[in-house]
Design a protein around this ligand. Structure first.
Ligand code: ASP
Length: 436
């Protein structure tokens, strides 16, 4: 099962095998992939889709049951308001730390400059556009390009959806499910036991059922992870990577500082736990986040790791993690800030400290509304570029899109690490005894 060592190492081996095979086969420089390889790609696509669909399938019922059960069974002397305020302020603070790390590193490295001047090669890339491999994503860019600052209101609308069932069927709308679940949990606490108990019991039992199904899905994780990573590695064009190499390095470095310096410091000083033990315990979730590039799809596994391996109580993890999967996106906030300042550097737009401060705040706010699905933050970046009057925003985004998958995988892993770190810190602050 998931808490065995075997599961973690098989996911790890699957990632390694996918990387080696993908890089190895690229060396052959086929004009056209041979029939057997195309067939293998097709199988990978089926396996990847089945794995992702299973994770998405379980997501809504798991989030609903977990939050309701957690709030309804929270001990009477604990206030939901206090827990909520503590969680939200922690999320805001940790995302702010991440954005500031991004801001400092992008200003130090200046990836958009070449010898102190805007990089002409990248600028012409942004002026002429570059074909994107994904029709779906270019459609998103097109839709987003027609938006304006007023669309920040969309975030608010997502919090209170108008149709519960439409929310259930929209994978990007987890925020609405969370609001409904919180309202339901609070209502159950207010009702007399006689009325609340059947529903609370139903939700507790529902949560157990969903966790059992998650364990089954996890058995397929090594295959799903391989099927997701191998085609990505094989298909990723290296030319753009070389051109945008400095940008790529800046993002990875900033994300690395947050993951390997900021989060361990928080764990050590605030949660008083060993960062190494924490990362070991969280490995299945971190590797799944890396492979799927989706915080929402990884949520069932995050919940499992935080409860079973880190030892955070069900009450705390079931409330903080689903909320964190949509609201707390440190990697995404950091990335938005770096990407916007990079595009401004390339386009020769001077951003003073005040303008950069504005970008920090908008990156922070939009990261709250970004859905936990692949490449979701590109739409937010486009919005910030447009509101900051940076020219050629659409073409720049399309160019960034071409190298987005690997960066998306990395920032999603940071998003999950930060959610789990938050759950650990909050559990400790509630006086819980952990396993690590
Ligand atoms: N893929 C990210 C996530 O699911 C969101 C993003 O930054 O695009 O957490």
């Amino acid at each position: 099962m998931l808490n065995s060592h075997k599961s973690t190492s098989s996911i790890f081996i699957a990632i390694l095998a996918a990387l080696l095979l993908g890089i190895g086969l690229r060396q052959f420089n086929f004009d056209q992939a041979p029939a057997i390889l195309s067939f293998f790609f097709q199988i990978c696509d089926w396996v990847a889709q089945l794995f992702l669909r299973a994770l998405k399938l379980i997501m809504v019922p798991l989030v609903l049951c977990s939050i309701v059960a957690s709030l309804a069974t929270l001990s009477p002397n604990q206030s939901i308001g206090k827990l909520g305020a503590k969680t939200l302020s922690y999320y805001l603070a940790s995302s702010l730390v991440a954005v500031l790390i991004g801001l400092i590193i992008v200003n130090l490295i200046q990836p958009g400059f070449d010898n102190g001047k805007p990089n002409e090669d990248i600028r012409s890339l942004f002026m002429n556009g570059e074909q994107t491999s994904s029709e779906d994503l270019s459609n998103k860019v097109e839709v987003a390009s027609q938006r304006d600052a007023g669309d920040f209101l969309d975030i608010l609308y997502k919090i209170i959806p108008e149709n519960l069932f439409a929310t259930f069927s929209d994978n990007g709308a987890l925020l609405g499910v969370i609001t409904f679940a919180i309202a339901m949990g609070i209502a159950l606490r207010k009702l007399p036991l006689q009325s609340s108990q059947p529903m609370t019991q139903f939700m507790i039992s529902g949560q157990e059922v969903m966790i059992t199904i998650t364990n089954w899905i996890m058995l397929a994780a090594p295959f799903g992870v391989f099927a997701l990573i191998f085609p990505t590695v094989y298909n990723t064009g290296l030319v753009l990577f070389v051109q945008l190499g400095k940008y790529f390095t800046t993002v990875v470095l900033a994300l690395g500082v947050h993951l390997l310096v900021a989060i361990p410091l928080i764990l050590h000083y605030l949660a008083k736990v060993s960062p190494i033990a924490f990362f070991k315990a969280m490995r299945p979730a971190l590797l799944t986040a890396f492979s799927t590039a989706s915080s929402a799809s990884t949520l069932p596994i995050t919940l499992n790791c935080v409860e079973k391996r880190v030892g955070v109580s069900k009450e705390t993890s079931s409330f903080t993690l689903p909320l964190g999967a949509t609201v707390n996106m440190d990697g995404t906030a950091l990335y938005e800030c770096v990407a916007v300042i990079f595009v401004a550097q390339v386009m020769g737009v001077e951003l003073g400290w005040l303008a950069q401060g504005g970008i920090v705040i908008t990156a922070l706010l939009t990261s709250i509304g970004v859905a936990g699905i692949p490449s979701a933050s590109l739409v937010a970046i486009l919005l910030i570029l447009k509101t900051s009057n940076i020219p050629n925003a659409e073409l720049a985004i399309i160019a960034l899109l071409s190298v987005d998958r690997l960066l998306d995988m990395s920032r999603t892993m940071i998003n999950i690490a930060s959610d789990a770190c938050a759950a650990t810190v909050i559990a400790k602050s509630q006086g819980e005894k952990l396993k690590i």
